[in-house]
Design a protein around this ligand. Structure first.
Ligand code: GCU
Length: 672
């Protein structure tokens, strides 16, 4: 089957190895399901279709109990416990063997669906089924994609075409793509979708749009996915005819309560609201002298008895701040800990600035024990080369998830803060800003699909390794030939570090082109606001480079626990990858790598570009194992990546040289 990327990782192409196919066929003679709810029907149908594709024969759906041996049984058991010490959580599943059949048990209907996809994954990656005994439960409860899609079809920071939602066709016409989208999400455990941009239009709260959103919810529901909305804080004024949107005003409260009830009448399983308020010019409760908690709590009250959440974003920073933007969200939100009502979660980006290619973890993680925090990561590559650079993001997500906050002693990782285990929260969430658009292959860059996939897998189980996910995705999406799988996974896993080297090595950040956020612009010195320039962040001068965030400087480091401070406080021992985040380092200062700062900087930029050449070579080597169309697509994008890596290197090295006033070191110096 020619591969245009549309089928993502859900390729059910015939398994070529006849012996293996036979083994699988023996195990999959029929499917019997214990129920016929919409989600269980989805599960049985997906399994049947998947097996038909992979094995070339369609197992019949039979009544439960009519056959016992040699088939697959789907069953729901809310209290299923696999064995001592191996309990299943909500939406968890177990796949095992019983009386000569495979049994997929879920604690909920959705658990069965996830189990079905897990079983198909076993076949897609050619794993044996003989002694299968798989137990898995999601570690994080709410696993959401956030779409930054606008009503006019554009996508903020989207690089894969326009929005997949065709608002003008809804609610009557349902593009079949919505269902494929839901399948893909369900297959990796995503159970919620915020359908619109955080810079929200008020239109979504009108009857006209509620009806459209309800139609989408209808497509998502059989896949265990709930829809959510981003809301504009000023909506009561913009569409409600009120003179205020003060959260403490009774008319405003009533307006939100009425809107919420109206939404739930149309969408009984509506997920809730995402709010960007008093951030980057968006309206918010502070416009009325109220704070974020006042705003979030008012919406929680509006939700009342409905089973929905408020996710309130902590991505805030003030215009013309003279301090350090790094500290602002912490300063605004930390004092509010304990004030948020139970249905309210605070959504925090992985790092303190804005989705840079490497950031230290956000200091709010571990600092708000009384508030469940949603981790927000970005799948769309706003600062990581759009859809032209191959950058596999799982290593970056893992770097944040595995970072130790020391909030309750060693091992209080960001992952454990987010999954609720550190502070014993019963609600937990994670959000990925989607990289999905109308492009035939969904993500523009074919390898961008791996980031969507990896997000879902890590949201489900943050202990999985970036390497294992890369191999799994490669097997399902590109090839099952072991040497090629190894080569591709290796390139993927190294790609993010390579990107960092040729763009922002050693902890440099926010030196990209203004507004567009593409390409280098380290010389940018003036903009609408100081913290939208490059020089604000890199602070290059005759003496050296980097932002001093120690006690001598902005003391942003002081926001972290002493153990974390200790890690980053001393420029001699601070890992080079984080160095310029926290220190202004002399050009001639010797780093732990044995080179001076200037030489190390040049070395990273130059070897970073060389590594892109290496990526090109590795990709060329797997050509026989990969679909020709897809291979050629990635090859051409790698050419652009190489050209732009040179652009980044030369722009940055030459610019910083105007401060360092030193020659480019010998191995890299251009011929004179
Ligand atoms: C970034 C991005 C904006 C976006 C914002 C946010 O600043 O450039 O387009 O709106 O993040 O997360 O709210």
């Amino acid at each position: 089957v020619a591969d245009d990327g549309y089928r993502l990782w859900l390729k059910y192409d015939r398994i070529q190895d006849a012996g293996l196919r036979k083994d699988y066929q023996k195990a999959a003679g029929f499917i019997a399901s214990s129920g016929s709810s919409p989600i269980l029907t989805t599960a049985a149908t997906e399994l049947q279709q998947g097996l038909e594709g992979l094995l070339g024969q369609k197992p019949p759906l039979v009544a439960p109990g009519s056959k016992t041996k040699g088939g697959i049984l789907l069953s729901v058991d809310a209290t299923a416990n696999v064995s001592a010490g191996r309990t299943l959580g909500k939406d968890g599943y177990h796949i095992g063997r019983k009386n000569g059949s495979l049994v997929i048990t879920g604690t909920t209907d959705a658990g069965v669906l996830y189990g079905v996809f897990a079983l198909l994954r076993q076949l897609q990656t050619r794993q044996p089924l003989q002694n299968i005994d798989l137990t898995s439960s999601p570690k994080i409860q709410y696993r959401l994609l956030n779409h930054w899609d606008n009503p006019n079809g554009t996508v903020e920071r989207g690089y894969a075409g326009s929005s997949i939602w065709k608002w003008y066709e809804l609610p009557e016409h349902l593009d079949p793509r919505y269902q494929d989208y839901a399948r893909a999400n369900a297959s990796i455990g995503i159970n919620g979708v915020v359908i619109n941009n955080v810079n929200a239009s008020a239109r979504y709260l009108t009857p006209e749009y509620i009806e459209k959103v309800a139609a989408l919810a209808g497509v998502m529901r059989p896949y265990g996915i709930r829809v959510y909305m981003s809301v504009l804080w000023a909506a009561p004024k913009v569409i409600g005819g009120l003179s205020t949107s003060d959260p403490l005003d009774p008319k405003v409260k009533q307006w939100w309560t009425d809107r919420t009830n109206e939404i739930y009448r149309a969408i009984p399983d509506f997920g809730g609201f995402l709010v960007k308020a008093n951030s980057e010019g968006e309206p918010g409760p502070q416009d009325y002298g109220r704070d974020h908690a006042d705003g979030a709590n008012m919406l929680a009250d509006a939700l009342g008895q409905h089973d929905g959440l408020v996710m309130w974003r902590a991505f805030v920073y003030k215009a013309n701040s003279n301090g350090d933007r790094f500290k602002e969200a912490y300063q605004e939100f930390k004092p509010l800990d304990g004030r948020f009502k139970p249905k309210t979660l605070v959504q925090v980006k992985n790092g303190p600035i804005d989705f840079q290619s490497r950031e230290p973890f956000h200091p709010l993680f571990g600092a708000m024990p009384r508030t469940p925090l949603v981790l927000e990561v970005q799948l769309t590559q706003e600062y990581l080369g759009f859809a032209t650079h191959m950058v596999y993001l799982a290593p970056m997500f893992k770097e944040t998830l595995d970072a130790d906050t020391y909030a309750k002693g060693q091992g209080s990782t960001v992952a454990k803060v987010v999954d609720g285990s550190v502070d014993k929260h019963s609600v937990s969430g994670i959000a990925g800003v989607a990289n999905i658009g109308s492009d035939r292959n969904w993500t523009g860059h074919p390898m961008g699909q791996a980031n969507w996939y990896a997000f879902g897998r890590l949201a489900w189980d943050h202990t999985l390794s970036a390497q294992a996910i890369a191999e799994e995705w490669t097997r399902m999406s590109l090839t099952n030939e072991a040497p090629a799988v190894r080569t591709i996974a290796d390139v993927l896993v190294k790609s993010r570090d390579i990107y960092v080297r040729y763009t922002t090595p050693l902890g440099l950040h926010h030196i990209m082109g203004q507004s567009i956020h593409y390409g280098p612009e380290p010389w940018l010195a003036s903009s609408a606001r100081p913290d939208w320039t490059s020089v604000y962040y890199h602070k290059a001068d005759a003496a050296g480079l980097g932002f001093d965030r120690t006690a001598k400087g902005s003391n942003a480091l002081g926001l972290y626990r002493p153990e974390v401070q200790q890690l980053w406080n001393d420029p001699q021992t601070c890992p080079p990858d984080y160095l310029l985040w926290f220190h202004h380092v002399g050009w001639n200062q010797q780093l732990s790598t044995g080179r001076t700062l200037w030489n190390e900087l040049c070395t990273r930029y130059y070897t970073g570009v060389d590594s892109v050449t290496w990526m090109q070579q590795q990709w060329a080597a797997v050509q026989p194992q990969v679909d020709p169309e897809l291979h050629a697509d990635v090859t051409s994008r790698l050419q652009t990546q190489h050209k732009e890596a040179l652009w980044w290197r030369d722009a940055c090295v030459l610019y910083f040289q105007t401060h360092a006033k030193q020659p480019i070191p010998a191995p890299f110096a251009p011929p004179t």
